[in-house]
Design a binder for this molecule. Structure first.
Ligand SMILES: Cc1ncc(COP(=O)(O)O)c(C=O)c1O
Length: 469
């Protein structure tokens, strides 16, 4: 099978890759990315409200491209027995950025790997082997990360690490329920889990769930005290929420809490390199006799250069503070849409992360398709929730555009008062042009019927974000 047209690419993708939920088959092909925008195979441009959580500084930021071009021309790789300037500089920068005292760093080529290294460090440092995490939490696709994470259906066919325990999530499972009540149930379960059974090496959690779920202010200080009293380490997974997405460099900074280890990923590689990192209390440097993070691209200078350029762009543009401001604008817009009494039941927003719940009679996939046709890429999970993760380079008018597109895409009960950006500003968009990416009549590949793209068809699992989002 040959051909590079969008339908043909989609078909070749479906024929070439092992199928897996959420990744293959897919409905669309992308051919270009710049700033906050993607261009798909039909030439249709969309503001990317997903980016897999990687596009904080947008796509192809000139500073990133320039830094990588220069690095490529001098030192593209470093065998493990050598150190190199970008790797050391990035480790120092991250340790300096971490607001919780002296720190040391390790890099890994994926968030899942970094989570597993953090766990290994906790096992060695505490001399224990168990863990506690939250039901429904995703911490990566590796066997260790799957074991400790709380997506049981995904982990069910796999062998699992022993000693991984789970307590109910601190976020309301229906998204819009009482956050304080959910946190109280979760906390009581943690008290019981720490009280019964061997104390774990670590409690692993996202400080703000990427759904997003912000626990009440009392939650993390109380949980951290509990963990400390039992000699367990607190590991915060900030892979989707770190580096400013929620309006603080670390989402943990929304709370009066000090983690022992923070794991970053996704955006750290500037939406070009696969890069994750763990930042640990310096006094946890107790595994030097082992090779807990011994991976080939551990100190890859290209990866580190992408990390440094990303931090530069975020810091120099004051993008983290802007994420907080623009997040407030987004929240206000979504509140207006909710108040209009149309299809939107409610939304939760943390900086530039947002989750939207529709009324039960709405078809979230149809809303997603309308948004896409109107120029906004967002995702729908199996529970029917719409998710937005906007880049930190968006402007106020981009935020208004997002709200305007949603206002058009959601069946409205009454007109909504929208801010200054008229939906007219949307670039060349024929709503009809897109969804028609059907797999054409491709002989050998008919099964491209894209079954996995209908979350509705998949029976209810935990109402959480798709793995990899
Ligand atoms: C909270 C969380 N932890 C861990 C991971 C795993 O990161 P990666 O896909 O880079 O392995 C993800 C990815 O979606 C995530 O959202």
């Amino acid at each position: 099978m040959t051909g590079a047209g969008p339908a043909m690419l989609v078909a070749r993708d479906a024929a070439a890759f092992l199928h897996q939920r959420g990744s293959t088959p897919v409905a669309r092909a992308v051919v270009a990315a710049e700033g906050s925008w993607l261009t798909d195979g039909d030439g249709h441009r969309v503001l990317d409200g997903h980016g897999n959580g990687c596009h904080h500084i947008g796509y192809r930021h000139p500073r990133l491209v320039d830094a990588l071009t220069r690095q490529l021309a001098t030192l593209p790789f470093a065998p493990r027995r050598f150190t190199n300037a970008p790797a050391v500089a990035l480790a120092e920068r991250l340790a300096g950025l971490w607001p919780y005292g002296p720190a040391r760093v390790l890099f890994a080529p994926s968030g899942s790997d970094a989570i597993e290294i953090a766990l290994k460090l906790a096992y060695v440092a505490t001399g224990r082997q168990g863990s506690i995490a939250f039901t429904g939490a995703w911490h990566g696709a590796g066997l260790g990360a799957l074991s400790v994470g709380g997506r049981f259906a995904e982990a069910a066919p796999m062998p699992r690490l022993s000693g991984c325990r789970h307590v109910p999530a601190y976020w309301p499972t229906d998204g819009l329920g009482d956050a304080d009540a959910a946190a109280r149930v979760s906390y009581q379960a943690l008290v019981a889990a720490f009280g019964n059974g061997p104390p774990p090496a670590a409690l692993l959690a996202e400080p703000v769930h990427s759904a997003p779920g912000l626990p009440p202010p009392w939650f993390w200080p109380a949980v951290a005290r509990l963990a400390r009293d039992h000699g367990s380490l607190l590991i915060f997974d900030e892979i989707p929420t770190g580096l400013g997405k929620t309006g603080r460099w670390f989402a943990s900074q929304h709370f009066d809490v000090t983690p022992d280890i923070t794991v970053l990923g996704k955006a750290l590689g500037g939406a070009v390199m696969p890069l994750a990192a763990l930042i640990a209390r310096a006094d946890l440097d107790r595994a030097g006799h082992l090779a807990i993070g011994h991976v080939t691209h551990e100190k890859n200078p290209m990866l580190a250069t992408a990390g440094l350029a990303t931090l530069d762009v975020l810091a120099d543009g004051d993008l983290v503070a802007r994420a907080a401001e623009l997040g407030a604008r987004l929240a206000a817009g979504l509140d207006r849409l909710t108040a209009a009494g149309g299809a939107l039941r409610g939304a939760r927003v943390a900086g530039l992360l947002a989750a939207l719940w529709l009324r039960p009679d709405q078809d979230p996939l149809a809303v997603e398709r309308r948004c896409y046709a109107l120029g906004l890429n967002l995702t729908v999970d199996r529970a029917g929730r719409l998710s937005l993760s906007l880049p930190l380079i968006v402007t106020a008018s981009d935020i208004d555009r997002v709200v305007a597109v949603l206002a058009q895409a959601l069946p409205a009960a009454e007109p909504v008062a929208l801010p200054a950006v008229e939906p007219v500003a949307l670039p060349a968009v024929e709503p009809v042009a897109l969804p028609a990416v059907e797999p054409v009549a491709l002989p050998a590949v008919e099964p491209v019927a894209l079954p996995a793209m209908e979350p509705v068809a998949l029976p209810a699992m935990e109402p959480v974000a798709l793995p990899g989002d």
